[in-house]
Every structure is written in C-alpha cells, then in structure tokens.
Design a protein around this ligand. Structure first.
Ligand code: SF4
Length: 209
C-alpha cells in the first residue's frame, strides 16, 4: 500500500481513537509483565480483575515466589491456562531475582529469554513500561492490519516487520494501541462494522466476502 494512503489511514484512525492506550492495569514493569503473560487467550478486563486481587497480596518477584505456584494458580485460574501461566510466572520471577536483582530488564533479548515471554509480550513491556518503540502484534493487530492492506502476512513476525516499515518509529506504540481499539470497537473478527468505519474508503477488505 502506498505511503500516502497509509498516512491517511493513520490520521483517520488516530482521530477516531485519540485515547487508545494499554488497557491492562499496572503500576510497575513487573506488574505489566505478569499481566501480559496472563493476557494470553484472555480478555484485558478479566486480567485486570485477577491482578487487582493478586497484586494486593503479591506484586514483586519475591512476593510471588513466597506465594508459591499452587496459591498463584488459584489466583489466576480464571484467566485460563492456569497451570502453564503459574509455572511461567514462578520461573520468570525466579530468574528476575537470581539474574536481575529483582528488576525487569529494559532489554528485549533478555525479556524474551524469560519463561512465558515471547515476541509480543517483550514488545508490550518494552513499549509500555520503558517507552521503547516497538510494534506488538496481537490477534487484533494481525487481523485488522491484513484486512486493511497495511500488512500482507499470514504470520505475526512478517506483519510486525511490515508494520514497522509502514509507520514512523515514533508512532509504533500509538498505532499498536490504535489498531487494537479499532479491532475491538469497529473491525470485529466476525462482523466488522464497515458502515461506520472511518477508513472504509481506504480499506482493501482483504479476506472478506
Ligand atoms: S472497512 Fe471494514 S474491514 Fe475495513 S477496516 Fe473498516 S471495518 Fe475493517
């Protein structure tokens, strides 16, 4: 897609969703890391309910380790995948204590080496906790950007590279949130609301009947 068209899409979506932001509640990088791990296959609303309870009793690596895997699993089980998420959060917290003085590293590669942390989670933490430019591709960003035609890739790695090339670096984090808001509110997975879409005239509607 031509740069000029992408710029129009950017401006129209930002005008429609000027307040697009991270919807996970967090006060520290560690809280965001835990919340993002919990958000796999779970809504942000559910994660916020769970972390509201969990962080009252434990919101540092040491406190989570003291809580233990079994108790942690009880707190987080309504997010789904309770067994693997509890294991990963315990393992990740142990690594933070042993290798990073209980701090979340401000380093993409180090984040990705932690249990339960993939490319998307590392990008979310780098951009939202450390203001580092990154373009996290979740299910909404993957679907919406390919439908519109800003990206053309069946996998998130390809989509991430194409989105980073399409948009200026200083707007990656903002566009990540904007595309998520667009996907949640207008360009729904099953029934996109094209009639009320601000970029209807610019969208390629790829993969749609
Ligand atoms: S026109 Fe339809 S498919 Fe295209 S971005 Fe808007 S809602 Fe999504």
């Amino acid at each position: 897609m031509e740069k000029e068209k992408i710029l129009q899409i950017q401006n129209k979506l930002i005008a429609r969703f000027p307040d697009a932001h991270c919807e996970l509640d967090f006060k520290t990088p560690y809280q965001l890391l835990v919340a993002t791990i919990l958000s796999a296959q779970c809504t942000d609303v559910r994660v916020n309910k769970v972390t509201d309870e969990l962080f009252r009793v434990a919101d540092t690596p040491e406190a989570i380790l003291a809580l233990g895997e079994d108790t942690l699993r009880e707190y987080i089980k309504t997010c789904g995948l309770g067994n693997s998420k509890a294991k990963n959060i315990i393992s990740m917290s142990r690594d933070l204590v042993e290798k990073y003085n209980s701090e979340v590293p401000n380093d993409h590669a180090k984040l990705k080496a932690l249990a339960g942390v993939g490319q998307k989670t590392a990008n979310v933490v780098m951009s939202n906790a450390f203001d580092y430019p990154a373009f996290a591709v979740d299910t909404h960003v993957q679907r919406v950007s390919n439908r519109i035609g800003i990206a053309k890739s069946e996998n998130v790695t390809g989509t991430e590279k194409q989105l980073m090339a399409a948009f200026d670096k200083n707007i990656w984090t903002r566009m990540h949130h904007t595309l998520i808001f667009h996907g949640r509110n207008i360009c729904h997975a099953r029934k996109p609301d094209c009639e009320n879409c601000p970029i209807e005239d610019l969208c390629e509607k790829n993969g749609m009947k």
